[in-house]
Design a protein around this ligand. Structure first.
Ligand code: CO8
Length: 260
């Protein structure tokens, strides 16, 4: 068993479970992402580990996506460091040699949805209160090309285009209908189902499965690797705009008001 403050790993059968535990909403802060990448790297380098299940220890929330406070009122250097970490997380997840299964047990907007999209298979709890999607447009920001590419590879161009333009958050049943999630299960069956799916994927020889995965994903991965610095500069100039900062502040206010 490997334990971190935010990420818990249970290891033993060749399958690790990474449980996100960063209350209140598992937002992806720089610290969280850094710890997440270190844990993932350890597993990737561990020859006995062949698969990872991602799930949440926070009730009703898988992950609320990137921590918006990391993108508000910070320095250019901070934005660069944060964005490099977000890229790193995606490169490691999407390029992982391990079998990756998302056991989505709560809401999963934006960056939370991205984590699920990078996995080989997505299982979601059948609860209409839980929604998933790339809702960036609702915040007045734009999902980067590699978020879009990952989405298109799962649901196809037309569905991705409509969903991205509208910044839609899809309730579980709707997400299942168009393939954003592969399967819906009652909450109490989620871990059992994830383990069964993992066993099915692990029944194949690793080398054949890994080469196939790489063949399917390589072009999209290579695109970010080739344009990484440019992508960081784009993020910095976009996020530093006063109009974008204003949109993000208004969105945070809206979240707070919704509460009271
Ligand atoms: N980052 C930072 N703080 C957050 C976030 C977040 N993503 N989400 C919620 N919080 C905060 C809230 O402001 C609130 O703070 P406080 O207690 O101080 O008021 C606290 O967490 C609890 O939130 P809620 O009261 O809203 O909790 P609920 O259980 O009612 O709802 C939800 C949970 C559904 C997760 C809800 O909080 C929500 O919808 N959050 C926003 C999620 C979102 O829209 N995330 C998008 C982030 S952007 C992203 O991931 C990709 C960006 C790509 C950048 C491209 C730029 C070029």
């Amino acid at each position: 068993v490997v334990e971190g403050s935010d990420v818990y790993l249970y290891h033993g059968t060749g399958v690790a479970t990474m449980k996100f535990k960063s209350p209140p909403v598992n937002s992806l802060s720089l610290d969280f992402i850094t710890e997440f990448c270190i844990s993932l790297e350890k597993l990737e380098n561990d020859r006995t580990c062949r698969g990872v299940i991602f799930t949440s220890a926070v009730p009703k929330i898988f992950s609320s996506g990137l921590d918006i406070t990391e993108m508000c009122g910070k320095s250019t250097e901070h934005y660069a460091e944060f964005w490099r970490a977000v890229q790193e997380m995606w490169l490691r997840l999407y390029g992982s040699n391990m079998v990756t299964v998302a056991a989505v047990n709560g809401s999963s907007p934006a960056g939370g949805c991205l984590i699920a999209l990078t996995c080989d298979y997505r299982i979601m709890v059948d609860n209409p209160k839980f929604s998933i999607g790339l809702n960036e447009a609702q915040l007045g920001i734009v999902a980067p090309f590699w978020f879009k590419d990952t989405f298109v590879n799962v649901v196809g161009h037309r569905v991705a285009e409509r969903s991205l333009q509208l910044g839609s958050l899809h309730p579980a049943a709707e997400a299942h209908k168009f393939g954003l999630v592969d399967e819906l299960v009652p909450e109490e069956k989620l871990q059992e189902k994830a383990a069964a799916v993992m066993a099915q994927w692990l029944a194949l020889p690793d080398h054949a499965r890994q080469l196939t995965k790489s063949m399917m994903r390589k072009a999209v991965l290579d695109r970010l690797v080739a344009h990484r610095e440019e992508d960081i500069q784009n993020f910095i100039s976009f996020i530093s705009k006063e109009s974008i900062q204003k949109s993000l502040r208004m969105y945070m206010e809206m979240l707070k008001k919704k509460k009271s």
